[in-house]
Design a protein around this ligand. Structure first.
Ligand SMILES: O=C(O)C1=C[C@@H](OP(=O)(O)O)[C@@H](O)[C@H](O)C1
Ligand SMILES: C=C(OP(=O)(O)O)C(=O)O
Length: 423
């Protein structure tokens, strides 16, 4: 598929429901003391992995992802290994849940997930009393769960998946579990647990969780995914003749680091929170930004912008001066090595970029010429370079666009629609 440049954008967009919240709603409502009714779950490949695993361990469901009834049940040892596909969130969060349940569980993933680091969760979960076996800290994981005790643990990296894995295990452990070292990573697990009346305490220093009975989820509105919106935010800023409005999108402060970085770069963005509980939701208005300036990305914003950092490279190509991203080594252990994928593909489309061990450096005011990119089988890399195609001189060719179904089915439908004037 070749994505060609477009002349004008006047678009009103609704992005699909949030992936992180969808995983958590499915998992946590499966652990409640009664059935939950949930609307608007993201119907993407990654979320379906979590759903299928929950079904295989005994949870009952009725309906579809537009309206799903989740009926908690005793968790049972499945007869087959449990497949997490491409989804790190499924692997790490489900490991926390299964570690706290009596039984033997095997989790495995696709080629990409099988290379991603799991030691980070194995270590604390084993300290709590689980017996997790793996080769080199990579999937497959063989988990013998049950009889956990709470621990006090300082995380070596600010990861929401690691934090959530320990919290989920702590929900069914003896005594209290305390997690430290979170530097503001996404807090959806904590918010949903509060909403379900869990015994959870969150402050700037630590998160404390005790064994809890969870009340079911009712009327939780899963908002649009900010990480999906980010592609159209970047497009609106960078396109020479654009106005884009995005509605019903999650504006949780732990997710919008990208917006804060863009504002520092002088982008024309306006956003407004219209609903605050349990998740902040609102609208974003974006317009062509001709005065973008390069930036040294502040370290403290990195956990809040982790999935959007590749896109930042695209924005940096059109800013005045240099943009430097450092302290983002985590990008190397996502669905692909996202630093390598960005650098290699930028060069393929005519952009000069310097690879750093933990980020990249880009001089601004460069021309996006176009060419053929390598998707690295990574949904976010594929979408980022599709956006680049719309901004390019000669178009960008993408070999397997289907990979975007991991997080954003309908992405190319929105792209097709962009030609229509919606104002
Ligand atoms: O908890 C989550 O839902 C996620 C956490 C982040 O990963 P880390 O926890 O590994 O930083 C993020 O990159 C991923 O897309 C989703
Ligand atoms: C890193 C991501 O997801 P996961 O870790 O769940 O595979 C992502 O969606 O960008």
């Amino acid at each position: 598929m070749k994505i060609m440049p477009i002349k004008k954008i006047r678009a009103k967009i609704n992005v699909p429901p949030d992936k992180s919240i969808s995983h958590r709603i499915l998992i946590l409502s499966s652990l409640a003391n009664e059935k939950s009714v949930v609307y608007n779950i993201l119907n993407s490949k990654d979320v379906k992995r979590t759903y299928n695993i929950l079904k295989k361990i005994g949870i009952k469901f009725k309906g579809d992802f537009n309206k799903l009834i989740i009926i908690p049940n005793k968790i049972t040892t499945p007869t087959q290994p449990l497949y997490c596909g491409n989804s790190g969130t499924t692997a790490r969060l489900m490991s926390g849940v299964l570690s706290s349940k009596n039984g033997l569980f095997i989790l495995y993933g696709d080629k990409s997930l099988s290379k991603r680091p799991m030691k980070r969760i194995i270590e604390p979960l084993n300290l709590m009393g689980a017996e997790i076996k793996s080769r080199n800290g990579e999937m497959p994981l063989i988990i013998k769960g049950g009889n956990l005790k709470g621990i006090e643990y300082t995380m070596p990296i600010p990861s929401a998946q690691l934090k959530s894995s320990i919290i989920l295990a702590g929900l069914n452990a003896k005594g209290e579990t305390i997690v430290r070292g979170d530097k503001g990573s996404r807090d959806h697990t904590e918010r949903i647990l509060k909403y379900m009346n869990a015994k959870i305490e969150v402050n700037n220093e630590f998160i404390k969780i005790k064994k809890s009975e969870l009340k079911p989820i009712d009327k939780f509105n899963i908002p649009g995914d900010f990480s999906s919106a980010a592609f159209f935010i970047a497009l609106g800023i960078l396109h020479k003749n654009a106005k884009v409005e995005i509605y019903n999108v999650n504006l949780n402060p732990t997710r919008i680091g990208f917006l804060k970085i863009l504002k520092k770069m002088n982008a024309n963005i306006y956003y407004e929170v219209t609903e605050k509980y349990p998740e902040p939701i609102g609208k974003i208005v974006i317009e062509t930004s001709n005065e973008l300036e390069g930036i040294n990305v502040p370290k403290e914003l990195i956990p809040n912008a982790i999935d959007e950092l590749p896109l930042l490279a695209l924005v940096a190509t059109q800013a005045k001066g240099k943009t430097i991203l450092r302290n983002a080594k985590e990008l190397r252990v996502k669905e692909s090595d996202r630093i390598k994928a960005v650098v290699n593909n930028m060069e393929r489309i005519g952009i000069k970029i310097k690879e750093l061990e933990d980020g990249f450096e880009i001089e601004g005011k460069q021309k996006i010429i176009g060419g053929k990119i390598k998707t690295y089988n990574d949904h976010r890399i594929t979408m980022m370079f599709s956006i680049a195609g719309l901004l390019s001189k000669e178009g960008i060719e993408i070999n397997n666009p289907k990979i975007i179904d991991i997080s954003f089915p309908g992405f190319y439908k929105i792209i097709k629609h962009l030609e229509k004037d919606e104002f």
